[in-house]
Design a protein around this ligand. Sequence first.
Ligand SMILES: CC(C)(COP(=O)(O)OP(=O)(O)OC[C@H]1O[C@@H](n2cnc3c(N)ncnc32)[C@H](O)[C@@H]1OP(=O)(O)O)[C@@H](O)C(=O)NCCC(=O)NCCS
Length: 370
Amino acid sequence: MKEDRYSPGLEGIIAAETRISFLDTEHEEIVIRGYNLLELIRKVSYEAVVGLLLDEKLPDGSRQRELSQAMVQAPVPAPVYDILRKLPASMHAMDRLRTAVSALAGFDPEANSTSPESERLRAPRMIGQIAQIVANLTHIAEGREPQGFFPEYSFSENFLRAIVRRDVSAPEVRAFEQSLIAYVEHELPNSTFAARVVASTLSDAYGALTSAVASLKGPLHGGANEAVMYMLLEAKDVSGLDQLIRRKLSQKERIMGFGHRVYMRRMDPRAQLLKEVLHELISARGEGQVYADMCQRGEDIMRTEKGLYPNLDYYAAPVYYLLGIPIELYTPIFFAARSAGLLAHIIEQHRENRLYRPRVLYTGPRGLSI
Ligand SMILES: CC(C)(COP(=O)(O)OP(=O)(O)OC[C@H]1O[C@@H](n2cnc3c(N)ncnc32)[C@H](O)[C@@H]1OP(=O)(O)O)[C@@H](O)C(=O)NCCC(=O)NCCS
């Protein structure tokens, strides 16, 4: 095997042909089934984007109502909550979520069907169940009863209400919904690749999603959003963050929420949009300016010192904090939002399957004898 075919971390390698999404860095556009993601975030609901991902076209009113109903009215089987109750509350929220997503398979009679049509039909229900599980993770760990979704609210409002368990304002719901759409789909990151690799063995959607939860947990991927919030809280204010980032950089530490394999030397378009969402949320609530100021200082230092720009996780963290969401749920929310994109990829993989089986560049010894 020729060494020039090896790319550590598969950097720059095209590993799938897809009709779902594309990061067009040349034109600074994230294309989702032909639409610009930023336009979708500004103009449509999360349910509409789910329809777009699953049906390859934006849903009309009746399809959107059907999707909304399926996502909001899919109950989580009681034994899945029983399993969550039995897990140690000290277990990372993503590990509890991984267990619950895997357990859901036991209550879906078609769980082992890898027919793309069966998966497409079951997907809205799965997305709704995953969101309800995520919304209840902290409540269950703290001994409270899980709460389901209600038909009178949209998916995003239900999701936010079930997490914070209080009345939520329209600007809060919109900020949360925009974050969900920002997270919904992003081409071939590690978790989507993991899901497609598992699906390519003709294993089922629950198995593929479970592998994606495990992948997304890592701080180099989805785990960055909670790490950003811990950093902001440790820093307390603008000068604290200034000192903290400079100290971390001098110790050659990575600053969470900066850099991206695809956008390394430019701003993630989703981060720019979430930055606007943060500012809108702050003016709607009349509080939280310190987080915007801290984020701006961090952004300035990283651009000057490292030539690095924020990614989506950097601005999602303070948005979630101002909404009163427990920090341990930031990465699970990312997964719940991304489950729609992941299912679209699993369906596409099953529709046009070829087993993933790459080769290695062997650097070990040869010719040893016993
Ligand atoms: C996302 C990430 C893993 C991409 O990394 P990658 O494509 O493998 O790039 P590399 O790790 O090779 O980084 C390239 C250079 O940028 C530096 N760099 C990248 N991200 C950095 C960060 N967040 N803080 C400090 N330096 C960083 C690396 O140290 C490296 O510098 P060097 O060439 O002097 O060694 C990386 O940017 C990172 O760790 N970011 C922080 C975690 C994060 O926010 N993840 C969410 C991604 S959406």
